[in-house]
Write a protein that binds this ligand. Structure first.
Ligand code: ADP
Ligand code: MG
Length: 152
């Protein structure tokens, strides 16, 4: 399924992401596509809020991942794959050692690790319309219609 949204401020992006975050479950993997400054990190902040997690990033264990933890909440792992060139490099980051089946992944620069995603991947494309406006396209796997009723 494909869902399209326009946001007109960072706050609107966070609010949209919050609604998405509320509908996420363990095993969900979000793959972002979008240039530097598009709003991927901003969106992730909203996801964390929607998942009931603190809106602050804990110190990264690897340079490429920030972890959001909360008591009795599903953990959100936020990866930045900007510097990953191939699947061997990905292996050495420990990406595959994180427990996706019991957490949620949100991955920036997904283009660099395209083969690493599960079939149920949720693709989120963010593009800049102007300084404050963004087009956000969410593409889910066949049959995954859980975002059908979200307005922004
Ligand atoms: P990325 O992670 O994609 O590089 P960031 O989320 O770090 O992008 O930065 C996005 C920048 O764009 C922030 O400075 C944010 O304030 C700004 N911005 C302006 N309008 C929006 C919008 N509608 N949604 C998200 N960010 C926006
Ligand atoms: Mg970012």
């Amino acid at each position: 399924m494909e869902y399209n949204f326009i946001t007109n401020s960072p706050e609107e992006t966070i609010s949209l992401a919050e609604k998405i975050g509320r509908l996420l479950k363990a095993g969900d993997c979000i793959a972002y596509y979008g240039d530097l400054g598009a709003g991927k990190t901003t969106f992730t902040r909203g996801l964390a809020v929607g998942m009931g997690l603190p809106d602050e990033v804990s110190s990264p264990t690897f340079a490429i991942v920030n972890e959001y933890h909360g008591k009795d909440k599903i953990t959100l792992y936020h990866f930045d794959m900007y510097r990953i060139g191939n699947s061997d490099e990905l292996e050495t980051t420990g990406f595959y050692d994180y427990p996706l089946d019991e957490s949620v992944f949100a991955v920036e620069w997904s283009e660099n690790i395209e083969d690493a995603f599960p079939e149920n991947v949720i693709r989120i494309k963010i593009s800049r319309i102007d300084d404050d406006a963004r087009k956000i396209t969410i593409i889910t796997a066949e049959g995954d219609e859980r975002f059908a009723y979200i307005g922004n």
